[in-house]
Design a binder for this molecule. Structure first.
Ligand code: SF4
Ligand code: SF4
Length: 220
């Protein structure tokens, strides 16, 4: 069980070891080598929020918790990783490693290393890999509760869209991505952007190369 800390870092609940109130500052971003499974709303927000083509940020993986059906079989969205095993959106600042897309990182990242459960499902990493003991202060607890509530809403929408998509006969990735964007925007009552002009669906371009370079240099 994660130890709870007071505002000043005092341990409030039982702990077998001294917890840290800021463990990430002493860690080499171990969690950023994990497989980051992403819900449909998170994927849409990520691509539109950063203005990046889908295929430069995500890949399709098998054996996920909440798969959708494509022509090639059941798949899920996961963030791409570089050859060194780290997420490709991790920024390097000298010796420091920092998330390069912090404000738009998927719920899996926001909530790491915490898992949470509803009556019928458990969400979060199966294996907790933090090398530094985690302690949770009141403000972090509040933030995690807010993030978990949003994540549950997003995963519920994900489940509903996966079900609706199952009724479709043509299941190419392009059709699915367009379906996802339309449905997420409609669900939120937002005006749909012009998908044919959207960067999310564009192929490799100079803009994309520039973005890739800036990610690799740690500008995000
Ligand atoms: S969440 Fe855990 S693994 Fe990730 S940076 Fe913090 S301490 Fe390291
Ligand atoms: S999005 Fe950020 S926090 Fe998540 S794995 Fe990538 S670098 Fe790490």
């Amino acid at each position: 069980m994660t130890p709870e800390l007071g505002e000043d870092g005092t341990v409030l609940s039982g702990s077998l070891y001294p917890p840290s109130s800021n463990p990430c500052s002493n860690c080499q971003a171990v969690c950023c080598t994990s497989r980051i499974e992403t819900s449909i709303p998170d994927m849409v927000d990520f691509c539109f929020g950063l203005g990046v083509p889908f295929h430069t940020a995500f890949e399709l993986a098998e054996n996920g918790l909440k798969p959708f059906e494509l022509e090639e079989g059941p798949r899920i969205f996961v963030l791409q990783r570089s050859d060194d095993g780290y997420c490709r959106f991790l920024g390097r600042y000298g010796d420091e490693l920092r998330c390069g897309v912090y404000g738009l990182r998927p719920a899996t990242c926001q909530l790491y290393p915490f898992t949470f459960r509803t009556e019928d499902q458990r969400i979060g990493p199966k294996l907790i890999r933090c090398p530094v003991p985690f302690g949770i202060k009141p403000d972090l607890k509040k933030e995690m509760t807010r993030a978990a509530t949003k994540a549950l809403t997003d995963w519920a929408l994900h489940d509903a869209l996966v079900k609706r998509w199952k009724r479709k006969k043509k299941r190419s990735l392009d059709r699915f991505l367009r379906f996802c964007v339309k449905e997420v925007y409609a669900h939120r009552g937002q005006e749909l952007p012009n998908l044919d002009k959207s960067v999310m669906f564009s192929s490799l371009s100079s803009k994309e190369r520039a973005f890739q370079d800036s990610v690799e240099r740690g500008f995000f």
